[in-house]
Design a protein around this ligand. Structure first.
Ligand SMILES: Cc1cc2nc3c(=O)[nH]c(=O)nc-3n(C[C@H](O)[C@H](O)[C@H](O)COP(=O)(O)OP(=O)(O)OC[C@H]3O[C@@H](n4cnc5c(N)ncnc54)[C@H](O)[C@@H]3O)c2cc1C
Length: 384
């Protein structure tokens, strides 16, 4: 995309799981779509994510409308995966083996009782297990595990494979993906939106009828838009990759750590949750905590190899809920702030954003996540 000004129906800023999922859905609805990515596709949080599709986590701290959106997205996942895989021909390593919560002491046991009750209230299958039953389905668990909760409705996907598969699927349905090209500014000119983009060859302009902001945590960093500031901030997450003999068959977790198995004997231990600005360096303390917590559950990991320590920045706004919808600028839309759930929420976000950008209708499911709530909040803060 060098030189002269170009025109597209829809320009999407950011090639993470959210930008790519929306691009795929919009292109399938007949729009010409260009994704502009400052680095390479998947540079952001999306390829760091553990890929757990688990709405059960921290349910009491999550507003009911967000739980509803998570469940909606979980239901859409099998079809979403099938569409992405058949369009682009790449596997996403989608698995439906469930999550096994494990308990080490009485506090954990009470937490699992509570989680079990919540799952039942939602009509989702959950099976409470004794220590012996828990260890019978995952024989490498520590003998100190005294109970478990098997949540079969939780699924998982390999987020790196998902991003690669989405990229292939987007290309197959005609999306143009422009990498190593940062959008510096967006403004309205002559009834269209103009994006000033910076690529190796210099600066050029891209004109679009509509623009979707899906720049993750960088929404307000190096990108000038007509939007008021909404306080997007990074929440750093470190995740340790181990490799060796396969030890578990499904996601294991407790309140301190999760352990995610991937094909080929890989185990992911995650994740830290840190307010460190844009720092993306792994630390000794973060790694130590993850290894220690995971070792308590699964002592056999002592002999595995450390293959990688990865760091990602989760995009979050003040209330930790996503921001999905139109903005006060005609043609400018936003899909961001997915915090710890962007992989899970990708199918629903893509569906409702595509519906919005093609029909103008804000679906009831995403109405609570509009940008206005944040603008009003920040105005109140400034006034008070
Ligand atoms: C350790 C960790 C574990 C996680 N585990 C899970 C999990 O198990 N399940 C789950 O659902 N979620 C999980 N998440 C959260 C999930 O990763 C995020 O919610 C999701 O990836 C956000 O996707 P995104 O597309 O909005 O942002 P990103 O993936 O960050 O993509 C944004 C993209 O925009 C590009 N960009 C930025 N500015 C510009 C610009 N000016 N011009 C052009 N391009 C630009 C960036 O380069 C980047 O590629 C996890 C996150 C972390 C860090």
């Amino acid at each position: 995309m060098s030189g002269d000004s170009r025109l597209t129906d829809v320009a999407i800023v950011g090639g993470g799981v959210i930008g790519l999922s929306c691009a795929f859905e919009l292109a399938r609805r007949g729009r010409s779509v260009t994704v502009v990515e400052r680095e390479a596709v998947g540079f952001g949080a999306s390829t760091v994510a553990a890929g757990m599709l688990t709405p059960s986590f921290e349910v009491e701290l999550t507003p009911p409308e967000l739980v509803e959106l998570q469940l909606d997205s979980l239901r859409r996942y099998p079809q979403f995966i099938s569409d992405v895989e058949s369009a682009g021909g790449l596997s996403c390593e989608y698995r439906d083996d469930g999550t096994l919560w494990v308990s080490r002491h009485r506090d954990d046991e009470l937490e699992l009782d509570h989680l079990c009750q919540i799952q039942e209230e939602r009509g989702l299958p959950a099976k409470r297990l004794t220590g012996r039953e828990t260890r019978a389905i995952e024989p490498y668990l520590s003998p100190r595990i005294i109970g478990g909760l098997l949540v079969e409705s939780d699924h998982q996907v390999n987020s790196r494979k998902l991003v690669a598969a989405l990229e292939a699927a987007c290309c197959a349905v005609g999306v143009e993906i422009v990498e190593h090209t940062g959008v510096g500014s967006i403004e309205q000119t002559g009834g269209r939106l103009e994006l000033v983009v910076q690529e190796q060859a210099g600066t050029s302009a891209l004109h679009a009828e509509q623009v979707l902001l899906a720049a993750g945590v960088w929404l307000e960093d190096g990108l000038a838009t007509p939007l008021p500031r909404i306080g997007m901030r990074p929440i750093k997450g470190q995740i340790v990759h181990l490799k060796g003999q396969p030890l578990v068959n499904r996601v294991l977790r407790n309140s301190d750590v999760y352990i995610v198995p991937r094909e080929g004997g890989e185990l992911l231990l995650g994740a830290t949750e840190e307010e460190q600005g844009f720092d993306m360096e792994p630390t000794a303390g973060g790694t130590l905590d993850l290894l220690r917590y995971a070792f308590e559950i699964l002592p056999g990991l002592y002999d595995l190899y450390v293959s990688e320590i990865d760091v990602g920045l989760r995009p979050a706004v003040g209330d930790h809920q996503p921001v999905i919808g139109p903005t006060n600028t005609d043609g400018l839309f936003i899909a961001g702030g997915h915090y710890r759930g962007g992989v899970l929420l990708a199918p629903s976000t893509a569906h409702f954003v595509a519906e919005l950008m093609t029909s103008g209708r804000v679906a009831a499911q995403v109405e609570p996540f509009g940008i206005d709530r944040l603008v009003a909040e920040r105005q109140q803060e400034a006034a008070g």
